[in-house]
Design a protein around this ligand. Structure first.
Ligand SMILES: Nc1ncnc2c1ncn2[C@@H]1O[C@H](COP(=O)(O)OP(=O)(O)OP(=O)(O)O)[C@@H](O)[C@H]1O
Ligand SMILES: [Mg+2]
Length: 457
């Protein structure tokens, strides 16, 4: 860490010398000034982190200069020092933005402790601001196509209401991002945003996930646990992949939505909750209803405001802005210099079909940043190499190989290519191949294909 720079402003020369010496011994860089005016000059000349400012000085006093100092250097922390401090001066100094107040005669230990604490506070608040900015950038939605502008408009109108929202769209089109945007712009923004992926949870556990359970409700329920509905009280519950919820959980969710109350699994107490539900699915719920797999009454409860996200290939004019957005984000995250995309490279990116939509685009940009190393420009051939191509199945006949081995080799090729195209997301791969996920897993095991454990969320 670079050493912190301090500035001491005091009219007493011996205070300046002793404080300077004491703090320099602790490794700080220390400037001194004998008056408020000299202090302002030093501040303009040096990069100062913290000012120790005397209250009583001939000419302009510390309290008088404080507002100007704060206005000109809002990032500099100020600690006041005074020999005859009254509570009122301390209160006034705090109101004017001083971070702390120490009394004279100064004790070396107290001075050092105060300086260290205030510097740490400033560091934490910078870190906090950085993380907030990062979170804002991560959840920012990019898009200027007419289709996306219509989505933003709908989000803006829906967010402040209490209306339930059903978000549909292919994988990676930004359903979760829309759910978060609605929450963030709602009156519940300060409340929790709780997400439940209905597809990732075994049927027998989903009720306990949603409603919680009492100790001993079933084998393995060693202690009482609150469910997602309870955790989301006062906020938003995001039911992701809602089309994969089992019928008995559907019935119970319907009841919570109708009555706003629930019981934990194995419990008798009825709990009231105030939760706004936002649901998302990439399934065609009308078809699920027709097939008897999804309750129609639940559908109408959830889809008060339906929002359908268009696939990326249907709004290719968004691609350049998305590429720039992810490029900035990935370069910053990896401490890389900003990169540029050559015109031909952008054309290729715009022509690609993006079956994995925005998520796939984001992954490709990340891959490009990593693979192009220090190069400043991402070229057409970089893009051609980075785009996942579904490999054609080779004719694959080899003399003397039994038919079943040839078929297995072809299956392996297909599954590897499909996994690659789906960024190794097994559920999504299964969906694209129209296989049961468990069946795909079985095949992968049989064919010796590893899968990365990125299914958790
Ligand atoms: N319009 C957009 N602007 C910026 N980033 C986006 C946009 N749409 C999606 N993303 C990013 O793409 C990724 C996928 O988005 P998200 O998780 O919201 O998609 P999804 O529709 O929920 O996908 P899935 O159905 O696979 O769960 C995320 O990293 C998200 O930040
Ligand atoms: Mg999602």
């Amino acid at each position: 860490m670079p050493r912190a720079s301090l500035l001491v402003i005091d009219d007493e020369p011996n205070i300046l010398t002793t404080v300077k010496r004491a703090l320099e011994l602790e490794g700080f860089a220390v400037e001194v000034a004998g008056s408020a005016a000299a202090g302002l000059t030093k501040l303009a000349e040096h990069d100062i982190d913290l000012v120790l400012l005397d209250v009583m000085m001939p000419g302009e006093t510390g309290l008088e200069v404080l507002p100007r100092l704060r206005a000109a250097h809002p990032d500099v922390s100020v600690v006041m020092m005074s020999g005859n401090a009254t509570i009122e001066t301390a209160v006034q100094a705090t109101r004017l933005g001083a971070k702390d107040f120490i009394e004279k005669p100064l004790s070396g230990d107290k001075l050092l402790l105060t300086v260290q604490n205030i510097l740490e506070l400033a560091r934490l608040s910078r870190e906090h601001e950085r993380l907030r900015a990062k979170a804002r950038a991560e959840f920012a939605m990019v898009g200027r196509s007419a289709a996306m502008r219509a989505i933003f408009d709908k989000v803006g109108k829906t967010a402040p209401s209490q209306g339930r929202v059903l978000i549909t769209g292919e994988n990676g089109t930004g359903k979760e991002l829309v759910a978060r945007a609605i929450h963030d712009h709602s009156r519940r923004a300060d409340g929790p945003f709780i997400k439940l992926n209905c597809a990732a949870i075994p049927a027998e556990l989903i009720e306990s996930e949603l409603f919680g359970h009492e100790k001993g409700a079933f084998t393995g329920a060693v202690q009482q646990r609150r469910g997602k509905f309870e955790l989301a009280d006062g906020g938003t519950l995001f039911l992701d992949e809602v089309g994969d919820m089992n019928p008995s959980a559907q019935a119970k969710v319907l009841r919570v939505l109708q009555e706003g109350e629930l019981e934990r699994v194995g419990g008798s107490e009825t709990l009231k909750v105030d939760v706004r539900v936002i649901a998302a699915t990439n399934k065609d719920l009308q078809a699920e209803i027709a097939a008897g797999r999804f309750r129609e009454d639940l559908y109408y409860r959830l889809a008060v405001v339906p929002i359908e996200l268009p696939p990326l290939r249907g709004r290719r004019e968004d691609i350049p802005a998305l590429v720039e957005h992810f490029l900035g984000q990935v370069c910053a995250d990896n401490d890389r210099k900003a990169k540029r995309v050559a015109a031909g490279a952008m054309t290729l990116l715009m022509q690609h079909d993006w079956p994995g939509n925005v998520r796939e685009l984001k992954n490709v940009v990340e891959r490009l940043v990593i693979l192009t190393g220090d190069a400043e420009v991402i070229s057409e051939s970089d893009v051609a190499d980075a785009l996942p191509r579904v490999k054609p199945v080779k004719g694959g006949f080899a003399r003397g190989t039994p038919f079943k081995d040839l078929v297995a080799a072809a299956e392996r090729d297909i599954i590897l290519a499909a996994l690659e195209a789906n960024d190794h997301h097994v559920s999504n791969t299964a969906r694209e191949l129209q296989l049961e996920r468990s069946h795909l897993y079985k095949k992968m095991r049989a064919l010796g294909i590893d899968h990365r454990a990125d299914e958790a969320d």
